[in-house]
Design a protein around this ligand. Structure first.
Ligand code: ADP
Length: 175
Protein backbone atom coordinates (compact mmCIF):
# COMPACT_ATOMS: atom_id res chain seq x y z
CA UNK A 1 0.00 0.00 0.00
CA UNK A 2 1.32 3.44 -0.78
CA UNK A 3 1.34 6.25 1.75
CA UNK A 4 2.66 9.77 1.92
CA UNK A 5 6.37 9.70 2.72
CA UNK A 6 7.50 11.70 5.72
CA UNK A 7 9.34 14.88 4.69
CA UNK A 8 12.44 15.71 6.73
CA UNK A 9 14.70 18.79 6.45
CA UNK A 10 18.42 18.59 7.22
CA UNK A 11 21.03 21.27 6.93
CA UNK A 12 24.26 19.76 5.65
CA UNK A 13 26.22 18.08 2.89
CA UNK A 14 24.26 15.54 0.87
CA UNK A 15 27.31 13.32 0.36
CA UNK A 16 27.35 12.63 4.09
CA UNK A 17 23.79 11.40 4.25
CA UNK A 18 22.96 7.89 5.25
CA UNK A 19 20.03 7.21 2.89
CA UNK A 20 19.23 4.45 0.41
CA UNK A 21 19.26 6.94 -2.44
CA UNK A 22 21.12 10.21 -2.84
CA UNK A 23 19.83 12.34 -5.69
CA UNK A 24 22.42 14.13 -7.79
CA UNK A 25 21.76 17.51 -9.40
CA UNK A 26 23.59 16.33 -12.52
CA UNK A 27 23.92 17.82 -15.98
CA UNK A 28 22.81 16.12 -19.17
CA UNK A 29 26.29 14.81 -20.00
CA UNK A 30 26.24 12.66 -16.83
CA UNK A 31 29.99 13.07 -16.81
CA UNK A 32 30.39 15.31 -13.79
CA UNK A 33 30.23 18.99 -13.01
CA UNK A 34 30.32 21.42 -10.09
CA UNK A 35 28.21 21.81 -6.96
CA UNK A 36 26.44 18.66 -5.75
CA UNK A 37 27.61 16.75 -8.81
CA UNK A 38 31.29 17.48 -8.14
CA UNK A 39 30.94 16.60 -4.46
CA UNK A 40 29.21 13.27 -5.20
CA UNK A 41 31.87 12.18 -7.70
CA UNK A 42 34.71 13.32 -5.43
CA UNK A 43 33.42 11.45 -2.44
CA UNK A 44 31.81 8.51 -4.23
CA UNK A 45 34.94 7.68 -6.20
CA UNK A 46 35.46 6.52 -9.79
CA UNK A 47 32.80 3.76 -9.76
CA UNK A 48 30.03 6.35 -10.22
CA UNK A 49 31.69 7.98 -13.22
CA UNK A 50 32.37 4.54 -14.71
CA UNK A 51 28.66 3.68 -14.36
CA UNK A 52 27.71 7.01 -15.95
CA UNK A 53 30.07 6.35 -18.85
CA UNK A 54 28.39 2.98 -19.36
CA UNK A 55 25.00 4.69 -19.51
CA UNK A 56 26.37 7.08 -22.14
CA UNK A 57 27.72 4.15 -24.13
CA UNK A 58 24.29 2.49 -24.04
CA UNK A 59 20.74 3.76 -23.80
CA UNK A 60 21.77 7.32 -22.86
CA UNK A 61 24.06 8.03 -25.81
CA UNK A 62 22.63 11.55 -26.15
CA UNK A 63 22.87 12.18 -22.41
CA UNK A 64 20.05 12.45 -19.87
CA UNK A 65 17.20 14.80 -20.75
CA UNK A 66 16.15 17.62 -18.44
CA UNK A 67 13.53 16.44 -15.97
CA UNK A 68 14.49 12.76 -16.25
CA UNK A 69 16.28 10.51 -13.76
CA UNK A 70 18.52 7.45 -13.86
CA UNK A 71 20.20 5.36 -11.15
CA UNK A 72 23.79 4.19 -10.75
CA UNK A 73 25.87 2.68 -7.98
CA UNK A 74 26.74 5.04 -5.13
CA UNK A 75 30.39 3.93 -5.10
CA UNK A 76 32.01 4.73 -1.76
CA UNK A 77 29.09 6.77 -0.46
CA UNK A 78 26.98 5.41 2.39
CA UNK A 79 23.96 5.29 0.06
CA UNK A 80 23.05 2.26 -2.04
CA UNK A 81 22.32 4.21 -5.20
CA UNK A 82 22.79 7.63 -6.70
CA UNK A 83 19.84 8.79 -8.78
CA UNK A 84 21.00 11.39 -11.29
CA UNK A 85 18.52 14.00 -12.45
CA UNK A 86 18.97 17.02 -14.68
CA UNK A 87 17.29 20.18 -13.47
CA UNK A 88 16.29 22.97 -15.86
CA UNK A 89 18.36 26.13 -16.08
CA UNK A 90 16.16 28.94 -14.73
CA UNK A 91 14.76 31.27 -17.37
CA UNK A 92 12.92 34.59 -17.04
CA UNK A 93 11.36 34.19 -20.47
CA UNK A 94 10.04 30.67 -20.20
CA UNK A 95 8.28 28.83 -17.35
CA UNK A 96 10.26 25.64 -16.80
CA UNK A 97 8.58 24.75 -13.49
CA UNK A 98 7.09 21.55 -14.85
CA UNK A 99 10.58 20.30 -15.73
CA UNK A 100 11.80 20.99 -12.19
CA UNK A 101 8.76 19.19 -10.74
CA UNK A 102 9.52 16.31 -13.07
CA UNK A 103 13.03 15.97 -11.56
CA UNK A 104 11.52 15.29 -8.14
CA UNK A 105 8.74 13.06 -9.49
CA UNK A 106 11.02 10.98 -11.72
CA UNK A 107 13.79 10.65 -9.13
CA UNK A 108 11.26 9.44 -6.61
CA UNK A 109 9.78 7.00 -9.12
CA UNK A 110 13.22 5.54 -9.94
CA UNK A 111 14.10 5.29 -6.24
CA UNK A 112 10.78 3.63 -5.50
CA UNK A 113 11.27 1.09 -8.28
CA UNK A 114 14.62 0.19 -6.74
CA UNK A 115 12.86 -0.45 -3.44
CA UNK A 116 14.49 2.46 -1.60
CA UNK A 117 12.95 3.54 1.70
CA UNK A 118 14.90 6.74 2.28
CA UNK A 119 15.73 9.31 -0.41
CA UNK A 120 17.89 12.42 0.05
CA UNK A 121 17.40 15.35 -2.35
CA UNK A 122 19.41 18.54 -2.80
CA UNK A 123 17.61 21.72 -3.88
CA UNK A 124 17.82 20.89 -7.59
CA UNK A 125 18.56 23.78 -10.00
CA UNK A 126 19.04 26.35 -7.21
CA UNK A 127 22.83 26.55 -7.58
CA UNK A 128 24.65 26.89 -10.88
CA UNK A 129 21.30 26.65 -12.74
CA UNK A 130 20.03 29.81 -11.06
CA UNK A 131 16.55 28.86 -9.84
CA UNK A 132 15.29 31.24 -7.09
CA UNK A 133 15.46 29.32 -3.80
CA UNK A 134 11.94 30.11 -2.55
CA UNK A 135 10.36 28.94 -5.77
CA UNK A 136 12.63 25.88 -5.97
CA UNK A 137 11.55 24.95 -2.45
CA UNK A 138 7.86 25.42 -3.33
CA UNK A 139 8.11 23.12 -6.35
CA UNK A 140 10.13 20.51 -4.42
CA UNK A 141 7.71 20.35 -1.48
CA UNK A 142 4.53 20.43 -3.59
CA UNK A 143 5.77 17.69 -5.89
CA UNK A 144 6.91 15.37 -3.12
CA UNK A 145 3.69 15.97 -1.18
CA UNK A 146 1.67 14.86 -4.20
CA UNK A 147 3.65 11.61 -4.63
CA UNK A 148 2.42 8.26 -3.31
CA UNK A 149 5.39 5.90 -3.63
CA UNK A 150 5.10 2.26 -2.62
CA UNK A 151 8.40 1.72 -0.81
CA UNK A 152 9.79 5.20 -0.01
CA UNK A 153 8.85 6.20 3.53
CA UNK A 154 11.14 9.20 4.01
CA UNK A 155 12.13 12.04 1.72
CA UNK A 156 14.93 14.13 3.15
CA UNK A 157 15.78 17.53 1.72
CA UNK A 158 19.43 18.26 2.43
CA UNK A 159 20.02 21.99 2.36
CA UNK A 160 23.49 23.39 2.17
CA UNK A 161 22.95 26.73 3.85
CA UNK A 162 20.57 28.49 6.20
CA UNK A 163 18.80 30.40 3.45
CA UNK A 164 17.93 27.18 1.65
CA UNK A 165 16.86 25.54 4.90
CA UNK A 166 14.60 28.48 5.78
CA UNK A 167 12.97 28.45 2.34
CA UNK A 168 12.09 24.78 2.69
CA UNK A 169 10.96 25.17 6.30
CA UNK A 170 8.61 27.96 5.25
CA UNK A 171 7.02 25.73 2.59
CA UNK A 172 6.59 22.87 5.04
CA UNK A 173 4.78 24.93 7.65
CA UNK A 174 1.24 23.69 8.18
CA UNK A 175 -1.27 26.00 6.53
P1 ADP B 1 22.22 22.93 -10.17
O1 ADP B 1 23.22 22.88 -11.28
O2 ADP B 1 21.05 21.97 -10.39
O3 ADP B 1 21.78 24.32 -9.83
P2 ADP B 1 24.09 22.79 -7.91
O4 ADP B 1 24.82 21.56 -7.49
O5 ADP B 1 24.88 23.91 -8.47
O6 ADP B 1 22.95 22.27 -8.92
O7 ADP B 1 23.26 23.35 -6.67
C1 ADP B 1 22.05 22.83 -6.19
C2 ADP B 1 21.89 23.24 -4.73
O8 ADP B 1 22.69 22.38 -3.93
C3 ADP B 1 22.35 24.66 -4.38
O9 ADP B 1 21.39 25.21 -3.50
C4 ADP B 1 23.70 24.46 -3.70
O10 ADP B 1 23.96 25.45 -2.72
C5 ADP B 1 23.49 23.12 -3.03
N1 ADP B 1 24.71 22.31 -2.77
C6 ADP B 1 25.96 22.43 -3.30
N2 ADP B 1 26.78 21.46 -2.81
C7 ADP B 1 26.01 20.70 -1.96
C8 ADP B 1 26.26 19.58 -1.12
N3 ADP B 1 27.46 19.00 -1.07
N4 ADP B 1 25.22 19.08 -0.38
C9 ADP B 1 24.00 19.64 -0.43
N5 ADP B 1 23.70 20.71 -1.19
C10 ADP B 1 24.69 21.24 -1.94
Amino acid sequence: MSTRPEIVLVRGDITEQDADVIVNAANSSLLGGGGVDGAIHRKGGPAILAACRELRAGHYGGGLQTGRAVATTAGNLAARWVVHTVGPVHSREEDRSELLASCYRESLRVADELGARTVAFPAVSTGIYGWPMDDGARIAVETVRAARPASVTEVRFVLFDERAYDSFAERLRPV
